[in-house]
Design a protein around this ligand. Structure first.
Ligand SMILES: NC(=O)c1ccc[n+]([C@@H]2O[C@H](COP(=O)([O-])OP(=O)(O)OC[C@H]3O[C@@H](n4cnc5c(N)ncnc54)[C@H](O)[C@@H]3O)[C@@H](O)[C@H]2O)c1
Length: 325
């Protein structure tokens, strides 16, 4: 038995897409990881490969309830992230963001340890400034169908900064832009997974509106690297810091790339734009470059290939529809 204690990280939402990659990275960095998840959108299969690792522990837990554990740092990632999933139970989504943040911050305060919030570009809403810098306050519809997520995440940021101002907590807020990669849920309506799964199945790729709305796509390994760098910054670095890929692509370009990459003959179809869908979204990452010496490195083609391989394998094994176990 090793006679030293490893630094222990709590990752809430650790069985989700981003959280599971973060668990991998932290374990690889020599930390002990406690993953807490209620498996609402995440799945045990995302962390099955860590089963048997003595430094990894999986706990079924809903973050809307307090958690009493001993850890050295907290990554607060629990929250459904795709509109399809966070609109299933919008009140629960707000509770997860807000009550989940209060509970995580309470734990951080009790233990006196740093805490990082997985915030989102959605705090900018349908932005009127391009690209978005961190000092832009956003353009959010507080009563729209996306508000449970957008306003929940905005309120969580408020809580983080109030705990900083009033209690002196060491906080880090990352505003994450569209991230993609293996372990995304195949049916969660996010554009990259939608297109790849449809292309692999020979089903039509649906573009909303004209397909000219832009998105920026960050590969998961790059994003996780930015998250870890942010957690390792001195106490006075709080963020918010945008983490995402500033290269903009139209959704139509993405569809064409996916078709080419998968060799698919799927057709492209058009449908009506969903309510409150932002027309343009692109991070200004100057702050991340200056503060974290970070920028995304993975080209879109490489990341899409790795993601398509993952979904190809998933579909071949016939488990694309299952999200647990
Ligand atoms: N993927 C992206 O592009 C993106 C962009 C911006 C922000 N984010 C943020 O990053 C975090 C992770 O997103 P993701 O893409 O991995 O989504 P995901 O849905 O794959 O992961 C979220 C995880 O949180 C868990 N969870 C949900 N509610 C919970 C609760 N009440 N208690 C405990 N666990 C709960 C889910 O089961 C899941 O494992 C989220 O907070 C999301 O808002 C993600």
């Amino acid at each position: 038995m090793e006679n030293f204690r490893r630094r222990r990280a709590l990752v809430t939402g650790g069985a989700g897409f981003l959280g599971s990659h973060l668990c991998d990275r932290l374990l690889g960095d020599g930390l002990e990881v406690l993953c807490a998840d209620n498996f609402f959108t995440g799945a045990k299969k995302n962390v099955n490969h860590l089963d048997g690792d003595p430094w990894f522990e999986l706990l079924r837990h809903d973050v809307t309830f307090p958690l009493y554990v001993e850890v050295d740092e907290i990554f607060n990632f629990a929250c459904p992230a795709s509109p399809v999933q966070y609109q299933v139970d919008p009140v629960q989504t707000t509770k997860t963001s807000v009550q989940g943040a209060i509970n995580a911050l309470g734990l951080s305060k009790r233990l006196g340890v740093p805490i990082l919030q997985a915030s989102t570009s959605e705090v900018y809403g349908d932005p009127q400034q391009h690209p978005q810098t961190e000092d832009y306050w956003g353009h959010v519809n507080p009563v729209g169908v996306r508000a449970c997520y957008d306003e929940g995440k905005r309120c969580a940021e408020t809580l983080f900064f109030d705990y900083r101002r009033h209690v002196g907590l060491s906080i880090k807020v990352a505003r994450i832009f569209n991230t993609y990669g293996p372990r995304m849920h195949p049916n969660d309506g996010r554009v990259v997974s939608n297109f790849i799964v449809a292309a692999l199945q020979g089903a039509p790729l649906t573009l909303y509106g004209t397909g000219e709305q832009t998105r920026s796509f960050c590969y998961v390994d790059d994003l996780v690297d930015g998250i870890v760098r942010l957690m390792r910054t001195p106490d006075d670095v709080t963020g918010p810091i945008n983490l995402g890929n500033p290269s903009e692509f139209t959704v139509r370009e993405l569809a064409e790339k996916v078709l080419e990459l998968t060799g698919s003959r799927s057709e492209i179809r058009f449908a009506e734009l969903p309510s409150d869908d932002p027309v343009r979204r692109c991070p200004d990452i100057t702050r991340a470059q200056d503060t974290l010496s970070w920028e995304p490195k993975t080209p879109l083609d490489t990341g899409l290939r790795l993601t398509a391989d993952y979904f190809d394998d998933l579909l071949r094994r016939g488990s694309a529809g299952s999200d647990s176990g």
